[in-house]
Every structure is written in structure tokens, then in C-alpha cells.
Ligand binder design. Structure first.
Ligand code: 7RM
Length: 633
């Protein structure tokens, strides 16, 4: 089995070893998997290109490692336990044997519909078991999955389908999420109207069973395609560096990028981090509340837990439905041992009041995790006291879509606890802080931009269809370093604390949103001339979206236009990108070269107008007063 670090000395030794002999270290971790053919060389890398390859020449299939490998030892153990949105609806459980069967049948159905190695399959689905099954079915036959979070709009979905030229879309009919009833398939239909010519087939999973229009020749029911298939589907032999999946993520410029992960390195790293960051032990029930539409769901609902042979809980609903005790009820019901969620959920449940946690017996919880955004001290302590009862260590795990797995985290019960600190790098991870010139900031008790100077196995390989963009975004800012886009502090003992993005990315409830994307959407409104979007501190969401908008003519009713702007953003991106605050302004502060001075806009949005710095060199200093006077915070 992959190494599991048990003591501080072991951690220190493992980390040092991974730096002194990375190839030896990772070869040992990789050895516990089932490879069809062993690699010839562990690593080749060049951050200039970038060109990064792990386990070169190695052949494998990740689903053989997630499923087949466990059949003899834990075939009857639960692999996935699914908790529905409606607390009174039945739980669905799949043992490793059953999951293997379901995945093979779905894989055969994909093949029967013309999907083969290298084809891209887009998912637009709620959190139902069939999503995990079909994702694994793709991996089994070497097809590339591209899961799109089902909260995105038809336009966003269409953009992603087109970018990856997907041959198939897999979706559900409808989705009951919290109190909402969402017409999932209808959104797919709208997206496919937008020039998604590559799509030949839509597989529709019947979820709620409400009436639905099917397009003849294109749309097929999951049950018609899958149920009669054979449960025997030999796995496709994949090269370690063959593509496993694409996952779109927002950056500071332009449209979302398709982050590409490959089979071998991603497998080794997600399993390693799952076992270590959560100190998973055999028999533990692990619940990650993320949606599979995000990287956290890919790595720590599906791949990491299944590779480690764990029981992974998958939840269809939301934290506050039917009431804000749902998480704790589910923890008690499924005897969850390791619970992994986002600070935004913790803050929302904390705000609902302690009466919602008190009735529950949470004695099975051994480890608590946090991910997606900085966790503030108040939320950390509440989580520690009310949920962990001060018995369960908290792991504040820092990582990104691009990193594939957790890079910086405490190790529960092994490293010390310091609230709001993601703490220490995983073995194999070499973080550095740099200043604006790219000079490494050495020593402790310092702050800078967070970079990583050596590859780990699940670092992104490219951005789909645009390698240059990958180079530009992550490898060109600082020579020979992967740039994370985050600022961080290193304390006197070498622990890291993530401060937040230093680029134009806002983190709303743990969701990454590019300001440029929101601005482009707002600008689609016919009366909008220009806009600028910044983040501001929000009690529950971490950051909220503040939009400054210039309109073409005096607006009669501010409420009408702000509502219309919110609707445009919802239509173009999705409800997660809807501005919280919209301020109509006469102009935007600009430098003489025409660049928007976001620093000023951020200050005003933070409600701090005391020191805006020198505004006299602006092209239009007079607008600053107007913006300050009209500030909505
Ligand atoms: C896993 C995930 C990545 C961005 C990242 C950070 C922020 C994530 C933490 C965090 C502070 C954390 N992938 N972030 N984890 N900030 N502490 N523990 O969230 O690609 O969607 O987002 O999220 O800014 O760059 S992501």
C-alpha cells in the first residue's frame, strides 16, 4: 500500500526524501498500484515548455485500480453510499463488486454508442450515483470526461462542449436540489442549439421521471442503453500520460480553461494524499460534500477514496435542506468518520445557530477537513468545538484544479493545529514564496506570491487545445516555477497560510470566478457601456461580487436595471456568478494608459475609503468622488 505517514518524524523524513530523491520516492508510491506495464522512467520535466511526464512508458487503467484491484479483498464492502436530496427517500449503496458491474455495463453502453479511447464526453448531471458510474465508465474505455457543474448556464455548457469538441453529453432529466426543481435536460437542449456540432448522442438518465422531450436519433435513455449490457468490460490499456479528464476552471482573463490531467500521476497522487491528509484507515466512512463538477469531487469523492478502497459518501442535496442540520444528520446516519467540506458551508451553518448541531451524536467523526477558500478563525473554532468536539483535528487543505490533489495541509494527529493555516507541504511538494520580481523570499515570517518549484505527479499537463495558454498562465510569470495565483504567508515555523488570490479571480463560496468573465457577461446588457467587477469580504460566502457599471443613458429605475444585469449574468454564466452588489457609476477610474484602477474599486467595495492613495494621476480623478458617494457598502 501507498505510504501512510504516522509520526512527525516520518513526515519530515518523507518530505526530505521526496526532495532529495523524488523519483525514488514516487516510484515507491506507484509500486503499490496495478500496472499493466511498468514505467521506464519516473519523471521528465521542463517548466519552460511546459513538458511534464510522470511514469513514462507505464501502462495502466485507473478503474482497474479503483475497482478490480479491490474485488478479492473488499468486494462486498460499500464503495459508494448515496444520500438523496430528500431525507426520506431511500439511500443507494454500491459495494465494490456492484460498482464494478455498473461501471462495466455503462462502459459497454458508451462503446455501443461509438465512444472510444480519446473521445471527449461531457457531463451535465446532478449528484446521482450514475454520474460517478459514468465518469468511471469513461475512464475504463479511455474516453476523456469533462464534467460541467450543473449550476452553469446553457451558454457556459455550450462553450465547454465546443472547446473540447465532445462527442456525447450525459445528463439527467431533472434535478431536485434543496427545494429547487431544475430542468437539467432542457438546459442541455438549449446548449446544443448553440452550435455544438460535435455532439452526436445525448444519454439521459431518468432521475425524477417528470415528462421530457427527447430528440429523435440524438437522445437516448440511460436505462435503455445500459441495463441490458454485459457486466464484462475489459479495461482499455492507457499510457500513464494519456488524458484522463478535462475540467474547466476560471482564471483572470478570457474564457475558462480546460485543465488536463493524465492517468498515472493523478492516480498515484490522489491516492497518496487521500490516505495521508485524512489519515484514512480501513473501514472508515469518508464524506466529501463537494460537487463532482469541481476538482474536489473528482479527486476526493471518486478517485482518491476508491483508489484507497474507502467507503465514499455522495450527497445529492445542500447543507440547509430541509433544515440547517442536514449535514450533521447525514454524518450521524452514515457514521461518518472523516468529513470534508468548505468554509462557506461551515459559516452558513454556524450562522443558523448551535441548536442545529446539538441534537446530533457526532462521536464517529475523527477528522474534519476544509477546502476551497481561506477558513477564518471564527469558523475554524466553531467547526472544532461544535462538530469535532475538540477531539477531531481539522485539516485545512490548500490546492487547486490545476494541482489535481492536496498540496499543503496539516496531517491530522501528526502536525500541530494552527487555525487558518494550511500548514505544511505534502511530501513531493516544494513551495516557494517570491516577490514581484520573481526573487525567492527566503527565511521564515515572510509573505509573498506562492509558487511551486518542482513538479508533483498530478500537476496539470496542459490546458486543452491551447498549450501556450497553459505556459502563459502558470509557467511564464516566474521562470522555472509553477505560479499558483495565490498569495501566502510563511510563519516563524515554516507553516503556510493562504491569503487569497493575487490575480483577478474572486472566490465566491469556494467557487472560482474570473472578474473578466463576469464583466463580459454584464456588458451583454444593451444599456451597459462598461463594467468592472471586484471581490469584497462577505460573511458567509467569503467573497461577494461587487460590480461597477456605466450605463449608456441615465437609468430611470435602478432596481430594474440591476435585476436585468443579474439576469444576464445568470443566463450567460450561471447563478453562482451573479453580482451581489451593483453600483451604477458615471465612470471608472483609469490610468492614463486606460487601465482600470481596480485597487481603488476594491477599497471602495471593502467599505474602506479612508486611504485611496494618490488619485491625482488618474485620467479621470473626478469619478472617484462619485464612486465613493454612491458606494453601496
Ligand atoms: C480545491 C479547489 C483553487 C483556489 C486556490 C485558492 C483557493 C483552495 C484553499 C484556498 C485558502 C485553502 N480548487 N483555496 N483551498 N484558499 N485555503 N485551504 O478549491 O481550483 O476551485 O480553487 O481556491 O485561492 O487558488 S479550485
Amino acid at each position: 500500500m501507498t505510504l501512510q505517514i504516522k509520526t512527525l518524524d516520518e513526515y519530515k523524513a518523507a518530505w526530505q526524501r521526496s526532495v532529495d530523491d523524488p523519483e525514488g520516492f514516487w516510484a515507491e508510491q506507484a509500486a503499490s498500484f496495478q500496472w499493466r506495464k511498468k514505467w521506464k522512467k519516473v519523471l521528465e520535466w521542463d517548466f519552460e515548455q511546459p513538458d511534464i511526464q510522470w511514469f513514462i512508458g507505464g501502462k495502466l487503467n485507473i478503474t482497474e485500480n479503483c475497482l478490480d484491484r479491490h474485488l478479492a479483498t473488499r468486494g462486498d464492502q460499500t464503495a459508494i453510499r448515496w444520500e438523496p436530496n430528500d431525507p426520506d427517500a431511500p439511500v443507494r449503496s454500491f459495494t465494490y463488486k456492484e460498482l464494478h458491474t455498473e461501471v462495466c455495463k455503462a462502459a459497454n453502453a458508451l462503446k455501443a454508442n461509438g465512444i472510444g479511447k480519446g473521445d471527449r464526453v461531457c457531463f451535465y448531471m446532478p449528484m446521482v450515483p450514475e454520474l460517478a458510474i459514468a465518469v468511471l465508465a469513461c475512464a475504463r474505455i479511455g474516453a476523456v470526461h469533462s464534467v460541467v457543474f450543473a449550476g452553469f448556464s446553457a451558454t457556459s455548457l455550450a462553450d465547454r462542449i465546443k472547446d473540447a469538441t465532445c462527442k456525447m453529453v450525459i445528463c439527467s432529466d431533472y434535478n431536485d436540489r434543496g427545494p429547487k426543481h431544475i430542468p437539467v435536460k432542457q438546459i442541455v437542449d438549449e446548449a446544443l442549439e448553440m452550435g455544438c456540432d460535435s455532439v452526436e448522442t445525448v444519454i439521459v438518465h431518468r432521475n425524477t421521471g417528470d415528462a421530457l422531450a427527447m430528440v429523435e436519433g440524438r437522445d437516448k435513455w440511460w436505462h435503455d442503453e445500459v441495463n441490458h449490457q454485459s457486466a464484462d468490460c475489459p479495461a482499455e490499456e492507457m499510457d500513464a500520460e494519456d488524458m484522463l479528464f478535462i475540467l474547466y476552471t476560471s482564471g483572470s482573463t478570457g474564457k475558462p480553461k480546460g485543465v488536463v490531467h493524465t492517468c498515472g500521476g493523478y492516480m498515484v497522487y490522489t491516492c497518496f494524499t487521500f490516505r495521508n491528509a485524512f489519515q484514512y484507515s480501513d473501514g472508515d466512512v469518508f464524506w466529501c460534500t463537494a460537487d463532482i463538477g469541481w476538482i474536489t469531487g473528482h479527486s476526493y469523492i471518486i478517485y482518491g477514496p476508491l483508489l484507497a478502497g474507502a467507503t465514499s459518501v455522495m450527497f445529492e442535496g445542500v447543507p440547509t435542506y430541509p433544515a440547517p442540520d442536514r449535514f450533521w444528520q447525514v454524518c450521524e446516519k452514515h457514521k461518518v468518520n472523516i468529513f470534508y467540506t468548505a468554509p462557506t458551508a461551515i459559516r452558513a451553518l454556524m450562522a443558523a445557530g448551535d441548536q442545529w448541531t446539538e441534537p446530533y451524536d457526532l462521536k464517529d467523526i475523527k477528522v474534519l477537513g476544509s477546502v476551497g477558500e481561506p477558513i477564518n478563525a471564527e469558523a475554524w473554532h466553531w467547526y472544532d468545538e461544535k462538530i469535532g468536539k475538540k477531539r477531531a483535528p481539522i485539516v485545512d487543505t490548500w490546492w487547486q484544479t490545476e494541482t489535481g490533489g492536496i498540496l499543503i495541509t496539516p496531517l491530522p494527529g501528526i502536525t500541530d493545529q494552527k487555525p487558518t493555516f494550511a500548514s505544511y507541504p505534502m511530501p513531493g511538494v516544494q513551495p516557494v514564496l517570491v516577490d514581484q520580481f520573481g526573487t525567492e523570499i527566503v527565511g521564515n515570517d515572510v509573505e509573498g506570491m506562492l509558487c511551486i518549484k518542482f513538479p508533483w505527479p498530478s500537476i496539470l499537463r496542459t490546458t486543452y487545445g491551447d498549450h501556450e495558454r497553459c505556459r502563459q498562465t502558470y509557467f511564464s510569470t516566474f521562470k522555472n516555477r509553477y505560479f499558483t495565483g495565490d498569495g501566502a504567508r510563511r510563519d516563524e515555523d515554516g507553516r503556510y497560510r493562504i491569503i487569497g488570490r493575487v490575480d483577478d479571480v474572486i472566490n465566491v463560496s469556494g467557487h472560482r470566478i474570473g472578474t473578466a468573465e463576469v464583466e463580459n457577461a454584464i456588458n451583454e446588457h444593451p444599456d451597459v457601456v462598461e463594467s468592472a467587477v471586484v471581490g469584497y469580504p462577505h460573511d458567509i460566502k467569503g467573497q461577494g461580487i461587487y460590480a461597477y457599471v456605466i450605463t449608456s443613458h441615465a437609468v430611470g429605475n435602478v432596481d430594474t436595471i440591476t435585476k436585468e444585469i443579474r439576469d444576464v449574468v445568470t443566463r450567460i454564466i450561471g447563478p453562482i456568478a451573479k453580482p451581489d452588489i451593483i453600483q451604477i457609476v458615471p465612470g471608472l477610474p483609469k490610468t492614463r494608459s486606460g487601465k482600470i484602477m481596480r485597487r481603488i474599486l476594491r477599497k471602495v467595495a471593502e467599505g474602506d475609503t479612508s486611504n485611496l492613495g494618490d488619485t491625482s494621476t488618474l485620467l479621470n480623478p473626478e469619478v472617484v468622488e462619485d464612486i465613493k458617494t454612491g458606494a453601496l457598502r
